[in-house]
Design a protein around this ligand. Sequence first.
Ligand SMILES: NC(=O)c1ccc[n+]([C@@H]2O[C@H](COP(=O)([O-])OP(=O)(O)OC[C@H]3O[C@@H](n4cnc5c(N)ncnc54)[C@H](OP(=O)(O)O)[C@@H]3O)[C@@H](O)[C@H]2O)c1
Ligand SMILES: *[C@@H]1O[C@H](CO)[C@@H](O)[C@H](O)[C@H]1NC(C)=O
Ligand SMILES: *[C@@H]1O[C@H](CO)[C@@H](O)[C@H](O)[C@H]1NC(C)=O
Length: 293
Amino acid sequence: MGFFQKLLIPSVALVLAVCFYSRKEDFKPEMLKGKYVIVTGASTGIGEQMAYHLARMGSHILITARTEAKLQKVVSRCLELGAASARYVNGSMEDIIFAQLVVKKAEELWGNLDMLILNHVGSSYFKFFDSDVGHVQKLLNINFLSYVSMTVAALPMLKKSGGSIVVVSSMAGKVGFPFTVPYSATKFALDGFFSSLRQEFVMQNTNVSITLCILGLIDTESAMKAISGVFTSPAAPKEECALEIIKGGALRQREVYYEYTSTKIPLLIREWAPDLLDYLIRRSYNMEKLKED
Ligand SMILES: NC(=O)c1ccc[n+]([C@@H]2O[C@H](COP(=O)([O-])OP(=O)(O)OC[C@H]3O[C@@H](n4cnc5c(N)ncnc54)[C@H](OP(=O)(O)O)[C@@H]3O)[C@@H](O)[C@H]2O)c1
Ligand SMILES: *[C@@H]1O[C@H](CO)[C@@H](O)[C@H](O)[C@H]1NC(C)=O
Ligand SMILES: *[C@@H]1O[C@H](CO)[C@@H](O)[C@H](O)[C@H]1NC(C)=O
């Protein structure tokens, strides 16, 4: 016990001291006032909530998704909430040309870009992998290639502004989850691409931050419908989730974990006991419910 205490107390003190002195600056909503921000997949869900937060902070916002009617409603709400300006472009991210066009639109409107928030996802299934390779390819186009292509198109503006790229990913982009094989593959791909690119940005003195967001289950309509009783973990609120993503981007953090304990702790377990984590994940599915559907 004596030895343990001798070791433990100084260690804890050291960790606390390091945490205290390396504490980064605090987030202030003014950080986004008058900034130029693109949010993809903003017709509903977390993207829609990000648009509302940015509006309250007084940003210029360009949103995109496929459904024009929903985008129009989100734009009017953003203007009511105090956005410096709010516009939309509708189209599908399956089309790489459209992905580039969204960035071009920002260039025409503003000639400037401070933050690129990549958030959209194509719809997929929630069941055992069905061997449909075509679907994997389509989902890679929507969830991965369009992210790459928007990043490439936006880089000149982001370099000029010392801007930020925010990539919305998932726990399913860090560990294997059943029933979302194609989705999970696209999210792992984002980690590979953007974590490698971040390294190169540092080596090349490119002052553009990359924030990868690892989200647990969030209470958006589409997620709640997909898991409908099969996955039994509680869902976190989309409004708070949206704010945490924006904060992480503004503070130029490398990664955001939301909710922190339900994402960070399982990932720490994975480092030391991957089979245990896999087992715990499998146990959180209600297989009876899956068979009913
Ligand atoms: N909700 C969760 O539990 C959860 C968990 C982990 C990670 N995430 C991540 O968080 C992000 C947002 O999730 P969410 O739950 O808010 O999703 P969501 O509610 O399903 O919204 C998806 C958005 O993407 C757009 N979209 C879909 N297909 C598209 C296409 N082909 N081209 C362009 N836009 C398209 C949708 O609009 P249209 O249909 O109008 O095109 C919508 O605006 C995603 O990256 C997701 O992977 C979510
Ligand atoms: C945008 O939406 C309108 C109305 O639904 C549609 O006619 C148009 O083709 C869409 N634009 C793109 C690029 O998909
Ligand atoms: C990088 O950009 C940020 C935000 O625009 C700025 O605060 C910082 O001073 C820049 N750093 C360098 C080294 O230019």
